[in-house]
Design a protein around this ligand. Structure first.
Ligand code: OOG
Ligand code: MG
Length: 257
């Protein structure tokens, strides 16, 4: 008989193999019934595998905090994934496109945690645990064929997390209602930070709520991506650049090796 943990580990392995071999896999929901608790357990098991290869968790990301993303992907619940050091790309640095299946890129607001967040303290003020904000971009690379997934699938797949780049950190400020522009080759998307739950600071509160329920530690020094303000664009060879009004620009250079 397959015990629940063997099942979780087997599904984590399927997603991990898809990532390390750069081959897609069908939606887990096609042949498994997984609930949201299972999905976060699979995500945890996936992270354990990455940690076993020497990676460390350096940040947390939110997904589906904007209507543009919900509409693009057909999922309407806020989700959380984890960022490892292996996913970090230097601002202006090269990104090897051959290490992904079908990468897309999206504009993000990043926050930096300056203190550990005590998830057991009911009155903890998460905004006071953050000391800087920056323009950022996230590279998403769903391990699922054609980016076709359900809510539980995408959580299990660590919310498509594959890479991220952070621009120069700026002092903490109100970043609601700032123009967001991202250019990737000849494509451009324009939006506003207010697309992120009305104000990206509210993504911090949404994160606190999920981190408490899912027991995801929030530690000093970690980066938090608040979720894309616009739909994602395909990441191709050449420069992808994002500018957020008042926060400056950030870029990466897609390279086919
Ligand atoms: C899931 C990740 C969503 C965001 O910023 O909304 C996300 C996906 O679109 O594949 O990162
Ligand atoms: Mg994102």
């Amino acid at each position: 008989m397959t015990t629940p943990d063997t099942r979780i580990d087997a599904l984590a392995r399927r997603l991990d193999d898809a990532q390390t071999r750069c081959t897609d896999t069908p939606s887990l929901a096609d042949d498994h019934t997984i609930d949201i608790d299972d999905a976060y357990k699979i995500q945890g098991a996936l992270l354990e595998r990455r940690i076993g290869r020497g990676e460390s968790v350096v940040g947390i990301k939110l997904g589906f905090t904007s209507k543009a993303k919900m509409a693009q992907m057909g999922v309407s619940e806020v989700i959380v994934g984890q960022l490892t050091d292996a996913m970090c790309v230097d601002d202006g640095g090269d990104v090897d496109l051959s290490s992904f299946i079908h990468p897309k890129i999206e504009p993000e607001v990043a926050y930096r945690l300056s203190k550990d967040v005590d998830l057991d303290d009911p009155s903890v003020d998460i905004e006071s645990c953050v000391d800087a904000v920056a323009s950022a971009m996230e590279i998403i690379d769903s391990r699922y064929r054609d980016f076709r997934f359900t809510y539980t699938d995408v959580v299990a797949d660590n919310t498509s997390a594959a890479g991220y780049v952070i621009g120069p950190w700026q002092s903490l400020q109100d970043v609601s209602d700032r123009v967001v522009r991202m250019k990737v080759g000849s494509e451009e998307v324009v939006g506003s930070t207010s697309a992120i739950l009305g104000d990206p600071a509210l993504a911090l509160h949404a994160l606190l709520d999920i981190a408490r329920r899912r027991k995801i530690p929030l530690r000093a020094g970690q980066v938090i991506l608040a979720g894309a303000a616009t739909a994602a664009l395909r990441l191709d060879e050449g420069v992808a650049e994002c500018a957020i009004e008042g926060l400056g620009t950030v870029s990466v250079n897609g390279v086919a090796r």
